[in-house]
Design a binder for this molecule. Structure first.
Ligand code: ZN
Length: 252
């Protein structure tokens, strides 16, 4: 028997019939789940202003007969992430956070670290004043989520020959999953990057979650970091991630 989730981040809303809504959520207790909000399209009292993408909800859910669908009985907003809606760039920067939780995680597979990471990232984005701050938060989210979901990048040594990172003066990042040296041209989809990028990504992976909000990447590293991480995420998920392309365009 699955635990009953008590709080969750709204990822997506889909209309169902005349008056109902299907709500995709990411909860601490069971990971991604879908809940049916009866009358969610109509009910002004129960769910009005509550069911919006990016809201963190306190909720009561009841299991349904079909097992993988829950029924949303009550919901209240714990954190609206209002700052995201006050700036068009912030909202676009936050899009991939919701889309990746929706598309890259398995249903009902608890990933408490992923929810914590998403909330740290959205919290930082909703206060960000500059595009570089939003882009740093996005890079850190993209690289940390890879690790949490088991696709972690190897940044310590060349994937092909094992030469340590400290000895590689012209590093490249490969879609095979990490660092490649120039002497190993066969590394899949490898692209040259600035040496500082390898160090910054390694720092983003090593920090405690509570310290992540203070890590900033040098602005010169951001375009390379986002381009590589977008290509790698696309490789892993096997499809286009429109929100990620849009965020990168907006932040560049
Ligand atoms: Zn090598």
């Amino acid at each position: 028997m699955l635990p009953r989730p008590a709080s969750g981040l709204v990822l997506r809303l889909r209309p169902l019939g005349e008056s109902d809504l299907l709500v995709d959520l990411f909860s601490k207790e069971v990971g991604r789940l879908t809940a049916l909000a009866k009358g969610g399209k109509r009910s002004k009292q129960r769910f009005f202003g509550v069911l919006l993408a990016g809201h963190l909800l306190q909720m009561s859910l009841a299991p349904s007969k079909s097992g993988d669908l829950w029924r949303l009985e009550t919901a209240a907003v714990l954190e609206p992430h209002l700052g995201l809606r006050q700036d068009f760039r912030r909202l676009l920067a936050a899009g991939p956070v919701l889309e990746l939780l929706l598309r890259a995680t398995a249903p009902q597979d608890p990933q408490p670290g992923a929810l914590e990471l998403a909330l740290i990232t959205l919290g930082r984005m909703q206060r960000a004043k500059e595009a570089a701050e939003m882009a740093s938060a996005l890079v850190i989210f993209l690289v940390r989520l890879l690790k949490l979901l088991g696709y972690g990048l190897n940044l310590e040594a060349c994937l092909a020959c094992g030469r340590p990172a400290a000895e590689i003066e012209e590093p490249r990042l490969s879609l095979a999953g990490g660092l490649a040296c120039p002497a190993c041209p066969e590394a899949q989809g490898a692209r040259p990057v600035l040496p500082g990028l390898i160090k910054s990504l390694a720092a983003a992976l090593a920090l405690e979650p509570g310290s992540l909000a203070r890590l900033r990447l040098a602005p010169a590293l951001l375009p390379e970091a986002l381009a590589f991480l977008a290509a790698f995420w696309q490789e892993i998920t096997g499809h286009d991630l429109p929100s990620l392309s849009l965020a990168i365009k907006t932040l560049s």
